[in-house]
Design a protein around this ligand. Structure first.
Ligand SMILES: CC(C)(COP(=O)(O)OP(=O)(O)OC[C@H]1O[C@@H](n2cnc3c(N)ncnc32)[C@H](O)[C@@H]1OP(=O)(O)O)[C@@H](O)C(=O)NCCC(=O)NCCS
Length: 173
């Protein structure tokens, strides 16, 4: 497992691995960053307690949170990593921060012999679907269509379809 480290990005943006105390500031911004959808019940503090050193935050010069990624190395699937959430401050979108976070997580997976990365999103989240396609993810076959995208029906609970994404990040493990 990698240790927490900090390094500079161009334009005054810093990235570092997260720590448990980042949890309150992450959940504080989520509703705004997700267009008013409150997804905070899906990010209980345990993610920051147990996966902080595979999760990342980005901050500006004033240490304001501008992006985060919550990810982990699967305990049960020995060849896989999973991205649970990614969010970029609306004013910073479209400048590659999401890509940077994903590439860092892919690197973390490779360093830990994980060749597969999985994630999922809701069919209503068209921006997320486009972003994941740009990141090179494939959509899993699924068992339904909603809003013109292939979904796995009743994934988390009845009436809760998800778009399941998978990407191979290494040929060597
Ligand atoms: C999805 C999200 C993380 C993307 O972050 P970002 O920093 O803006 O993404 P990038 O700038 O790295 O974009 C990478 C590519 O994806 C594309 N992309 C990103 N968001 C997009 C959108 N909403 N619609 C269409 N394409 C999009 C970009 O155009 C870019 O393509 P390019 O390489 O051809 O230029 C950000 O929009 C966000 O925080 N959304 C709200 C939270 C959310 O839905 N998270 C995902 C589900 S957990």
């Amino acid at each position: 497992m990698m240790n927490t480290e900090k390094f500079d990005l161009p334009d005054g943006v810093n990235i570092r691995y997260s720590k448990p105390s980042d949890h309150p500031r992450i959940i504080k911004v989520m509703k705004d960053w997700w267009d008013g959808r409150d997804l905070t019940p899906m990010l209980p503090r345990l993610f920051l307690e147990h996966f902080f050193n595979t999760s990342m935050v980005m901050e500006d010069r004033e240490n304001e949170l501008i992006a985060f990624l919550i990810g982990f190395l699967s305990q049960s699937q020995a060849n896989e990593g999973y991205i649970h959430f990614v969010g970029v401050h609306p004013e910073y979108r479209g400048s590659g921060l999401g890509t940077y976070l994903y590439h860092r997580f892919f690197q973390t997976c490779r360093e830990n012999n994980r060749a597969i990365v999985r994630t999922c999103t809701s069919p209503v989240n068209k921006g997320s679907i486009e972003f994941h396609k740009k990141m090179g993810f494939q959509i899993e076959p699924g068992n339904g269509q909603q809003l013109n995208v292939t979904v796995t029906l009743d994934y988390n609970s009845p009436g809760d379809p998800k778009v399941l994404f998978v990407k191979k990040v290494s040929d060597h493990v």
